[in-house]
Design a protein around this ligand. Structure first.
Ligand code: 3NM
Length: 218
């Protein structure tokens, strides 16, 4: 899938990110419920203690990808470029500590490339390196990711936008329903969420409420 910048911005509105360790029940069920609630993009992020590897990881990726395909939700793979290529995912998301973005771009061609950035300098570099969108975080404190950077809040997105950077941006980290609005108001095109959806007793309702907050904030 080669999405235009406009379509990428639209699909970032409610970006659900997860892997099996983030879920309280079967990840396929969680994803289906989140889709029913209105998520607009999905990232498979199979990381952390107890994460699946090898065949099990590939098998889960394919299962979740098939669900996304049924509902026309683009499927992004975190970090694992080989997996993204093997299953023909719609894109990849990499962090500052991952593989060189220029090399990744060569490998993935026109697939979507998302890059994590934590400040203006990293944002500028990511754009030079061919990012299609930026994931900026952590917006708020989160215990979902252990190696997070200093929390600087939505202010970082404001600074990036003040420097005339128009690239699609999604805020990530500790975003709950009552905080989504601040992230959009700061200039993000959407919010990326793990636990507020994956750990909710009702992922469909959680997604619906988050989407509503985001849409009201534009
Ligand atoms: N990246 P939750 S914070 C995957 O700051 C990830 O770049 C972050 O999970 C960053 O929505 C984070 O549960 C975890 O807080 C997001």
């Amino acid at each position: 899938m080669n999405l235009s910048e406009k379509r990428i911005k639209e699909s970032l509105k409610l970006y659900f990110v997860m892997g099996s360790v983030n879920c309280l029940k079967d990840p396929a069920t969680v994803l289906q419920e989140a889709i029913a609630g209105g998520i607009t993009l999905f990232q498979f992020r199979e990381k952390g203690n107890g994460a699946k590897t090898g065949y099990e990881k590939i098998s889960l990726a394919k299962k979740l990808q098939a669900i996304c395909k049924q509902h026309d939700i683009p499927f992004i793979v975190n970090d694992d470029i080989d997996l993204a290529l093997q299953i023909d995912a719609d894109g990849v998301h990499i962090g500052q500590e991952d593989e060189d973005p220029l090399k990744v771009r060569k490998k993935i061609g026109s697939k979507i490339l998302g890059i994590s950035a934590h400040n203006l300098e990293e944002a500028q570099k990511a754009i030079e390196h061919g990012a299609d969108y930026l994931g900026v975080g952590p917006m708020y404190f989160t215990s979902t990711k252990t190696d997070i950077r200093e929390v600087k809040g939505p202010e970082v997105i404001k600074i990036i936008r003040m420097n005339d950077i128009q690239i699609p941006i999604v805020g990530i980290g500790g975003i709950k329903q009552n905080l989504a609005r601040n992230v959009i108001k700061a200039g993000a095109d959407g919010v990326a969420i793990i636990s507020a959806i994956s750990q909710s007793p009702d992922p469909k309702l959680a997604a619906k409420q988050l989407l509503n907050e985001v849409e009201m904030a534009f």
